[in-house]
Each structure stands twice: as structure tokens, then as C-alpha cells.
Design a protein around this ligand. Structure first.
Ligand SMILES: [Zn+2]
Length: 271
């Protein structure tokens, strides 16, 4: 381990470490992450069935792992057929109990990428997303939001509900104008492996120029492989490569990027 790692502290704000693809070597993945200077990971849930085990197992894992683990509870738009409106009531009840380690609502959001989506599916996404934003207001929690071909619709809901603690727009790749609108609402932009691809010029420009206090790092592991790692399972330790890339894009040092982005996460999640 380099000396540099002793002072670095990175926060992977978005990692699906509870997915079964990590069942065989989860602890090893965490120890690799620690070697890559990762001190904190936030695991967002994607569907109701995950919530109880995510809360319990993350607490256990946190006790044996060198990396601190926090979680978010939410309903991801990709799993729309698994969601029922009453899951919002289940979430409300769970959040009232203030379960240990739960720091946000997510992963929620809207994904309108599929052009063949029925109006009913779109309406259901919107209903569940709005419900989760309302719960964020009610429980005063930040949100972790997934958006694809839907940023203007997301912004409409956020402007109407105005969640006080805002949150993170994860894996952001929208326009500069949309980014500006999110920042006005107090949201942070999550940047991950996407910025390591030279062809992602728009997103790289945004990552290079957005105020550093509005940026958090993420891997979205096991998804969103970095440039050079296509076809492989993504891992939380690679958030260091994202940080290095961001440092280069911004003309900052790696410790400066690590310090600022980790601070942003800790402030947002109040840890
Ligand atoms: Zn995700």
C-alpha cells in the first residue's frame, strides 16, 4: 500500500454490493476497496424485498469490514413490475423506526429510455417516484435518484415537492442546463465510470466545471464499468480510478478530490 492511501479517504456513494454477483467474495471486495482508500460505501436498494436483509446484513458487514457501510431504501424504476403502491406505506413505516445505517431514500427515479413503454408503466413510475420524494420530505431524508431520458420530468416533481435535504442525481449524464437546475435545488451530481471514456465529452466537461461542492463519486458496481474494464464486474475499489480521472479533468490533486467529494457525502448523509 502506498503512503498516499493512508491519508486518502474515498466515498463510493452508489454501489450495489448486496447483489448476488458479490455473494462469493463480498468481504474480499471490501478489503480490496479498503486497499484502494475507500472508507465508506452507500448501498442503495432497488426493491422492497431487499430492504430487511439490506438493513441487517449491512450492519453485520460493517462490523467485520474495514469499510463503513450505509444504505438507502427505495424502489428503482427498472424493477417496476415488482413494485406495488403499498410499498410506499411499508417504506414510510420502516423509516419511522429510523433503522441503523439508513441514510437516504433510493434508488428511486424515472427511466423513460424504453420507447415502447406503455403510458401505464410511465404513470406507475411517476406515482412511485413522487411518493418517494414525498417520503423524503416527510422524513427529512436525502434522495438518490436515477434518471434516464427523464430529467425534465424529475425536475418537475422536485420543484413541486422541494425535498429540503435534496440528494444525489446518480450517474449524471444530462445536459449542462439540467445540471444547473439540479444544483439550484441543492442536489449533488454523482459521477462514475462514465467520465473515464473520452467520448463522454459533455459529461466530462460538466465534471470538470461543476462546483466541487456539488460533486460526489460513485461506481454503481457491479454495473457501469470503467474505460478499460468493459465486460468485467465493476467493484467499489475502482472509485479511486474515478477520483483520479476527475482530478485530472479538473486540474486538482487526488487528495483534494478525495477530501472534497467525501466531505460532500458525509455532509449530505450526516455521518
Ligand atoms: Zn444503481
Amino acid at each position: 500500500m502506498t503512503k498516499e492511501n493512508d491519508t486518502l479517504s474515498l466515498f463510493d456513494s452508489h454501489c450495489h454490493l448486496n447483489f448476488s454477483v458479490f455473494d462469493k467474495d463480498r468481504l474480499q471486495v471490501l478489503s480490496q476497496a479498503e486497499k484502494a482508500a475507500v472508507s465508506h460505501i452507500c448501498i442503495p436498494a432497488t426493491q422492497q424485498v431487499e430492504w430487511p436483509s439490506l438493513i441487517n446484513e449491512s450492519e453485520l458487514l460493517s462490523q467485520v469490514s474495514p469499510v463503513s457501510i450505509v444504505t438507502a431504501l427505495g424502489l428503482h424504476p427498472w424493477f417496476i413490475s415488482e413494485h406495488h403502491p403499498e410499498h410506499l406505506n411499508v417504506l414510510d413505516t420502516l423509516l419511522q423506526q429510523r433503522p441503523a445505517g439508513v441514510v437516504a431514500i433510493g434508488e428511486t427515479g424515472l427511466d423513460f429510455f424504453d420507447r415502447n413503454m406503455t403510458p401505464q408503466t410511465k404513470a406507475k413510475q411517476l406515482e412511485l417516484f413522487t411518493g418517494q420524494v414525498e417520503l423524503a420530505c416527510l422524513h427529512q431524508m436525502p434522495l438518490i435518484i436515477h434518471g434516464r431520458k427523464s430529467h425534465d420530468d424529475i425536475l418537475k416533481v422536485l420543484r413541486r415537492c422541494k425535498p429540503e435535504r435534496a440528494g444525489i442525481i446518480h450517474g449524471f449524464s444530462g445536459s449542462e442546463q439540467q445540471a444547473g437546475e439540479y444544483l439550484k435545488l441543492g442536489f449533488k451530481l454523482g459521477f462514475g465510470g462514465g467520465i473515464t471514456y473520452p467520448r463522454a465529452r459533455k459529461t466530462r466537461h460538466l465534471a470538470a466545471t461543476a462546483p466541487i461542492d456539488s460533486i460526489v463519486l460513485e461506481t454503481d458496481a457491479p454495473d457501469m464499468p470503467l474505460n478499460g474494464y468493459q465486460g468485467q464486474r465493476n467493484e467499489p475499489g475502482r472509485v479511486k480510478l474515478v477520483a483520479e480521472c476527475l482530478a485530472e479533468l479538473r486540474g486538482m490533486s487526488l487528495p483534494e478530490v478525495a477530501e472534497a467529494t467525501s466531505h460532500n457525502c458525509r455532509t449530505l448523509f450526516r455521518i
